[in-house]
Design a protein around this ligand. Sequence first.
Ligand SMILES: [Zn+2]
Length: 413
Amino acid sequence: MNKRFTVFTVSFIALFFIGFFASQKIFESVKPVASTAPQEVSETYISMEEAFPYDFPKNSTLYNVLKAQDVTGSEIQQIVAAAKPFYDLAKIRPGIRYSLEFDESPDPQLKSISFRFSGLESLVVKKLESTWVAEQKIEKVELKTATFFGTVETSLWESASKANMDGLLIAELAEIFAWQVDFAREVRVGDRWRLSVEQKFVRGQPAGWGSILSAEYENAGQSFVGILFRVDGEDLGYFAPDGSSLKRMFLKSPISFGRITSGFSRKRFHPILKVNRPHMGVDYAAPTGTPVKAVGDGRVVFSGWSGGGGNVVKIRHNSIYETAYKHLSRYGKNIRKGTMVKQGQVIGYVGSTGLSTAPHLHFEFFQAGRFVDPVGKKFPSADPVPPNLMSNFSGNVPYKMSLLPSWESIIKY
Ligand SMILES: [Zn+2]
């Protein structure tokens, strides 16, 4: 094949492909990517996998591993002794990553051995002159801000999973707005959400999540914003931009007047059944007809006769908390399953229905489906940002909001 022919053929083939790509509108979009592909991870980093290339083998010992590298028994002893204050290398577990470094002599000698015990901790044992010394190293954690956003099609979980958020982070997002939105029941198609979160990096590699810094959830057209308030490195919680708490406080008691006659107990003698039975609530003695109030905003999930409980109202406050009110003589106005109630709203009246010897209210509190003692329980604080810290908080709100991805960047699909 002569040279002219070759040049002609190559040019022809090149022109053909350029024409092909151009006609497919691929060429223009391919070219810039190929020439200026962004480098997300700096090349100066050595990854953990490169830095610690070996897995400590199963059913082996440090002695066997180093003996295979022609390290003498006495040197191995010195290595173990040097490491002892930090880690007992005699009990090294299989799977621990390690690396070996040799000098450049004609007969290379081991000059250091490093172990990685966790994501952040490593130990270097190296030979200085003729003695082995150990040094513990803690990897530097770099924090960057990552963002996530999405639109709800079926559930927050599904939407956030689709945005590649891990489960713990989704749970944290739901927790921030647990008092505003009942994510199990009130989520609507088309709700949208966005957040900024600290992402940890070690040696340029993602190494888990820090705190959510700011988040917004739009539920049925209503917007809720949570801003992390951090003082001197301590996270004090999430607040609305005006400094009010995103949490709500429960009323101390569901009745205004009354005294506790029987507290929460895992074992109590039942006056009617004459047996020891746990008492998973608090009894308030009060005259028949005393108004019973909802201790928090919520939705009535049960209203009706329930055996020993007599007339019962049960309220779901959010995805975490529920309360139940038993032995009622009658129900509050319009109280039925599905009714939304406000904190302090009368949901019924004290009575003695069901298994009861005298008029009283039996009050139960549930946290994540389990009974808790409402008297001893420390509920999350619903205090706003303290006045003396308010300017500190307010000054930081615009910055935290600016970290959120713009709604415009959210592509509905
Ligand atoms: Zn009781």
